[in-house]
Design a protein around this ligand. Structure first.
Ligand code: MSP
Length: 516
């Protein structure tokens, strides 16, 4: 039987800039879900990539004194490097400058024309190159410096007046509202869903979907003076990957996507424009779009001009990759905005990782190493306290599954760490070191219960911290083919020889600040 598919996508990143924590965050969330679903037996396709067309990129290339293609080749590579540095596990990395993507965009365009949803007109209005977004006058204001900006994003807008093809978005409002109503899980979290619904209820204007004042993009079929609007081009990447327009492509089985993960700033493109394009083209709609919040840096908006951009690779070098991955998904309820504070990162690293999880593994495995001849201890009759702990660890799989289905990473981790805290309390209460003389058989059982609890917990932590958990599972001699959730009930076998234990989560000690 073929397993159920799971197609998950990151937004494709603009190549006008080097990757920062915001990009790392969106991709991390997707990576954890992709890894979880693979462990859970799903046939996963995880896609990320770069958004390389449009005026913003054309300008950035010109500013760098490079031809757009050479420029995008260079910056796109830095997003591939991020994938490696952050240990993401995408199945493919797409670029909108690939020929197959031009073909998909043009095929979709022709479909929209055939459906009667595209007409030629003239655009006259405001445009923000930074946001690659059109604004009506009421959405902008003139600042004290006499410059007009979009109120919602703060980006400067310019007046654009040129021939343009339009997509009949206005005609889709009712069908979109019906779709949201029938598919209450389409948009998460709830607050974003409400925001999208009220935006659509406010009425939709037709959308300008081509430009003539620059050339870096996909030409409109049959009218190559026009370049497709970069958002129509960019959104299409999700179906290019599956082979569109060739629905016999083996990857077409992944469409519709199970989840488009996005930041809150790009929800309208994914929840209004994209479903309207797809409906007009007669294609299935993605099952869910989840919008996460934004990070600030120690209370300040992150921006290049403030010079406070957080480099995720530098963070991983300083604090360790897995602790950073853990922190980003544990610290802030997923969906909310969050403030990045080094203090909080160090607190989690030393508290949750070194003291709680690391210490549990370390003390259990080192007693086992010393007292049980380095073998999985013998399991005797279980007492109520043993069963209570094992049952809680067992129950975690269902809890984590449920929480991740709702993209509630923070709640999944909190539930796992509650069991880690229980296990640490159990060590203190059972005091295995004291049982060595009085009741060695009971000591072995207690150690077995603990080692088995660590195994269960660690299987579930794998998607979040792949390297550290691999080390812990190695130390428990869990065979690599027993690390999926299908093997969740495959208990540790007493007598199995274990390698020498080693600490996995060192404490982070801050270098003393030089006095001045
Ligand atoms: N190219 C478009 C997406 C097209 S998808 C068909 C784009 N690219 S982006 O590079 O500007 O942003 C990509 C993602 O990074 C967005 O989801 C955005 O929300 C996220 N972040 C950028 N800065 C961020 C923070 N400071 N905090 C969290 N995420 C943020 O938009």
């Amino acid at each position: 039987m073929s397993s159920r598919t799971y197609y998950i996508t990151t937004p494709i990143y603009y190549v006008n800039d080097v990757p920062h924590i915001g990009h790392a965050y969106t991709s991390l969330a997707c990576d954890v879900l992709a890894r979880f679903m693979r462990l859970d037996g799903r046939d996963v396709h995880f896609l990320t990539g770069t958004d390389e067309h449009g005026q913003k990129i054309e300008k950035a290339a010109a500013a760098a004194g490079m031809a757009p293609q050479a420029f995008t080749d260079k910056v796109s590579q830095s997003f591939r490097d991020l994938v490696v540095a952050m240990n993401y596990s995408p199945d493919n990395f797409i670029r909108t400058t690939e020929p197959r993507h031009y073909a998909a965009c043009q095929a979709l365009w022709e479909k929209l024309v055939a459906a009667g949803d595209i007409y030629l007109g003239k655009y006259a209005g405001w445009y923000s190159v930074r946001d690659e977004t059109y604004f009506v006058e009421g959405e902008t204001e003139v600042g004290p410096d006499n410059k007009r900006r979009a109120i919602s994003t703060g980006a400067e807008v310019e007046w654009v007046e040129e021939p343009s093809y339009f997509f009949k978005l206005s005609a889709w409002a009712d069908r979109l509202l019906t779709f949201y109503e029938k598919n209450p899980d389409f948009i998460g979290p709830e607050s974003r869903r409400n925001e999208v619904i009220s935006f659509v209820k406010g009425g939709l204007q037709d959308l300008s979907v081509s430009r003539t004042s620059f050339s870096w993009g996909v030409p409109v079929p049959g009218d190559s003076k026009h370049i497709m609007y970069v958002w129509l081009d960019a959104l299409t990447n999700y179906i290019t990957e599956c082979g569109y327009p060739d629905t016999n492509n083996p990857l077409w089985k992944y469409w519709p996507a199970d989840l488009h993960m996005v930041g809150k700033d790009i929800i309208r493109f994914h929840c209004v424009f994209w479903p309207a394009f797809l409906m007009a083209a007669g294609l299935a709609l993605p099952k869910r779009v989840f919008a996460h919040g934004w990070w600030t840096n120690e209370g300040q908006k992150i921006s290049k001009s403030l010079g406070n951009v957080i480099d995720p690779i530098e963070l991983a070098k300083t604090y360790g990759l897995d602790p950073v991955r853990y922190f980003l998904l544990r610290e802030v309820p997923f969906g909310n905005d969050g403030d990045f504070q080094r203090r909080a990162l160090i607190g989690r690293l030393n508290g949750d990782l070194a003291n709680a999880y690391g210490n549990l593994c370390q003390r259990v495995l080192s007693i086992v190493g010393k007292s049980c001849e380095g073998k999985v201890p013998a399991k005797g009759p279980l007492q109520a306290a043993d069963n209570a702990l094992l049952d809680r660890a067992h129950g975690l799989l269902a809890i984590v599954r449920m929480e991740l289905d709702e993209q509630a990473f923070h709640r999944a981790l909190a539930a796992i760490w509650e069991v880690i805290a229980d296990a640490n309390r159990y060590v203190d209460a059972q005091a295995p070191w004291a049982l060595a003389k009085t009741d060695p058989a009971r000591r072995d059982t207690v150690l077995w219960v603990l080692a088995e609890t660590i195994r269960r917990v660690t299987l579930l932590v794998q998607p979040f911290m792949p390297d550290s958990t691999a080390k812990i599972l190695d130390q428990l001699a869990v065979p690599t083919d027993s690390r999926t959730f299908a093997a969740f009930d495959r208990e540790l076998r007493p007598g199995t020889t274990l390698p020498k234990p080693q600490g996995v989560f060192p404490r982070f000690v801050e270098a003393a600040k030089a006095e001045n």
